[in-house]
Design a protein around this ligand. Sequence first.
Ligand code: ADE
Length: 233
Amino acid sequence: MKIGIIGAMREEITPLLEIFGKYEEFSLGGNRFYCISYKDSQIFIAYSKIGKVHSALTASSMILHFGCEKIIFSGVAGGLRSDLKVGDLMIATKLCQHDVDITAFGHPLGFIPESKVYVETDAELNDIARTVAKKHDTLLKEGIIASGDQFIASGQKKQWLIENFSADAVEMEGASVAVVCDLLNVPFCIFRSISDSADGEADVSFDEFLDSSARVSANFVKNMVDTLLNIGK
Ligand code: ADE
């Protein structure tokens, strides 16, 4: 099996490269893809750079060039719910693009004609994630993730995301990876560990907790990959 693991920032994939060890490197589209031979399978790891365009390109390259059959996103997010604290791990049930706005033409916020506001993540991968969480005694929270090309650092914008999208967490890449995988029929799941609360202190919190929260997500993704590769054996 070929599995693609995407992070947005170098810090989000560094723990994964440390965990998996030896890799081969390939360059494509401004990304470096780290290819690991693991348990008769291949794992491709890359960080896309921040934002929806970059992550869409990386997901497309993983699928169309490297032939990845499943995509896992690992990284950090801003928590919008009061029970989502720094270091908590969540999996996205569905994702939306909060910065899509063609309401001037009567469309709902976040809607693009011939597309949909929310893209659901893969039910089977999410079930596997729940099993992995139980096995490793990890609290895995679930929720809606809103993605946009903005770092959210205000209570007002946070409230807007909750009211308009029922969002539980916010980041800048998940929904674009979701759209690419959905359109190309590749199962995907999105893990995010909370680095901040998307409020007035979000920038300071993000800088402080990026590494540790990225590690929480990466450690879980390693267990997820092990479980995925053991299924059917
Ligand atoms: N990723 C982590 N925290 C974030 C925030 N507050 N806004 C957007 N993306 C994030």
